[in-house]
Design a protein around this ligand. Sequence first.
Ligand SMILES: C[S@@+](CC[C@H](N)C(=O)[O-])C[C@H]1O[C@@H](n2cnc3c(N)ncnc32)[C@H](O)[C@@H]1O
Length: 286
Amino acid sequence: MPAPTSDLSGLLRRLGDRLRHVGYTPESLQRLLAIAYPDDIGPLNHTPALERLHGDRSPAATLIALFFLEAAQPYRRVAAVLTCASCDALCRAGLLQRRGDVLTARLRIDPVGNQYVLGDRRFRRFERAALRLGGDDPVYPPSSDSLMLHAAVVAPTVTPAGMRILDLCSGSGVQALQQAAGAESVIAVDINPRAVALARYNAQLNGVGNLDVRRGDAYAAVRGLQFDLIIANPPFVASPYAHGPSYHAGGARGDRVLRRIIAGFERHLRPGGRAFAISHVTLRAG
Ligand SMILES: C[S@@+](CC[C@H](N)C(=O)[O-])C[C@H]1O[C@@H](n2cnc3c(N)ncnc32)[C@H](O)[C@@H]1O
């Protein structure tokens, strides 16, 4: 797994600033695509969503087509928004790919609040080489469950020593990033090494300096530590399959990881601390 270089860090930071400057925001997604959550666009309504942007040459529409709808865009149109130098540097870094006169994004970028989150693509094949991340296990992009969990979190009153936060099953790092401002420390833990590397890049993209991303199974990477706030979005789909993306299957009942996370709350919460987890629960007779 490549260590983030300072060149790439600067490039990502400038990209984030540029996205913000040209209005690639949740509000422009809502206005141009009429959606509330990123996964309101799926394979079935992807083409109508692209058609809504047809003829719209605004910078926000170009970036939505490229980074959100994952559509190939003319190089000249993207360069007019990001500059030729940035497009070329992002191609060298492995975030964009140029084929002739068109560019595609090897990772998607979701605007969340005033931040940006890189994740694996929804509509195109998984790109192992994206940002030279490697691995075979895709990283979950922010989705409706991610945003609902974020909206539900109410942090406890800040302790005099500062808030310590744990994001378990952190994936892209979206929960940790959203809580990082003002926290004393934020630790994000995920079992997927690709997710760990990508969450570090996401911290750079957003200029977040207090995020410590660790690879580990549930609480293994934070043994003996206690937190004021624990947030967890474990894989929760009830599935008989043992293989597939780590973000997906939560065992036969969907609660395989969730149960271990809940069992650790008592040990890992400071007095007065709070914990939030999201899951789907299937109710069946018997
Ligand atoms: C549904 S995604 C959530 C990602 C992100 N926190 C969000 O809210 O969008 C679940 C994540 O849990 C991770 N995961 C699965 N099993 C795990 C385990 N035993 N320990 C730590 N992370 C795990 C997966 O790799 C995946 O990134």
